[in-house]
Design a protein around this ligand. Sequence first.
Ligand code: C2E
Ligand code: CA
Ligand code: CA
Length: 428
Amino acid sequence: MQARQLNKTDSLALEQEIERLMEPGAEPFSLFMVDVGDTGKVFVKSGPAASRRILLNIAESLQAFCRAQDRLCRIGDDIFCILLPGVHQTGHIILAAEKIIRLQSDVVEKFDALLHSMVRIGIASFPQDGDDSAGLIHKAGIALDSARKTHSPYVSYSPALSQSMMDQWHLKEDLADAIADKALELHYQPKFDMVSRRPCGAEALLRWSSPKHGPVSPEIIVSLASEMGLMHDLTGFVFTTALLQAAEWPGIGKRMGLSVNLEATSLQQQETLNMITKIFSIWGNNERDLTVEITEGALVVDSDSNFERLRNLRAAGIGISIDDFGRGYSSLSYFRTIPATELKIDRSFVAKMLDSDRDFHLVEAIIWLAHRFGLTVVAEGVQKTAEIKLLTQMKCDAFQGFYFSKPLPHDDFCGWLARYRTPATIMS
Ligand code: C2E
Ligand code: CA
Ligand code: CA
């Protein structure tokens, strides 16, 4: 029985099973499409035996959930489908989905070290979501996709999901054109030096206002470009544009740093890193120190080879900043080996620091430790005078946030920077 569930069923067999349940006079039912997480990672990390053991446990727990009339099959590496006759009302669907999630989290707990993933379920029901088998499978798939994207444990299909998927297809098409036509823009948010109280650099932030869809957030741009395999092109555009524009900044009598974000997965792409060093060697400017900002998430996976790649960037004269420090995976152990030059304290810490002693002490400790390892510390999301006061006491090296300026279009940023040409305009 277990072995049969582990063998993949082709989708045709699933369609036939659904058609049988759709015969005239049949009772309503639901199709639960369950994504049990990335067992492929376990396969790569711990071998086929471990991955098979986990899959067996997952299949067993799903089987334990099923009643005699339910049907369970596996249609993809990590995708199981369950047909549940009689389950079609919202309340029953919720109860069933939550039970599956509970059972699966027991499996995840058992294999804690190996399986970090979370189960996601897409649900489509007969007859309300359609009366053809292929359509029902497709709709459960759309619901599953939405569950993954919204980080929801389960999502039931609704026509709005189809609409939003259509919108996303159009958005992707338009974004691909915009990347090809270089129709995206960069805005610049200054960093302020704690001692001189003058600008010491700026971070380039991606902007795209689509004529059809309006402004699209940089996180969405980056995630869609990744899905379409366009990150390499996008990264090339961002680095080239940023270096060319930074060369036009008015001089303010001191060096200004240029910071550019690098998406976590791009760190794994040697080709992209080679491109960055090449762009830097062509367009880099002695007056502008280039720093690449990467989030901690990029560093926890495969850290040895990531550190090696970072060292190569450092060797090319590019600074490395650990972005959003404290937001996610913070591990103090990599302070010892990471070839970073800067650490940016996540704005959630800065925001809570005034009201919470714990956050205050954390920020203080992070700054102390980072300095011991020779890193410059930047506080992100600074919005209040009281925050600047505390951060100055803690010897934080630089500030960035709406208090000083929002990210500005390039021309506006140049105009803004020009005000600092004379040392007399020192911030009070
Ligand atoms: P990030 O690197 O942490 O960038 C800082 C974000 O915080 C920016 O949002 C900025 O507008 C916002 N911010 C700055 N100061 C304040 C403040 O005082 N208060 C508040 N509430 N927010 C503040 P933005 O521009 O929407 O960018 C979001 C994220 O998108 C960035 O987070 C970065 O991870 C990513 N991103 C932006 N541009 C690029 C890019 O060119 N490439 C890549 N790979 N990612 C980018
Ligand atoms: Ca950043
Ligand atoms: Ca950040």
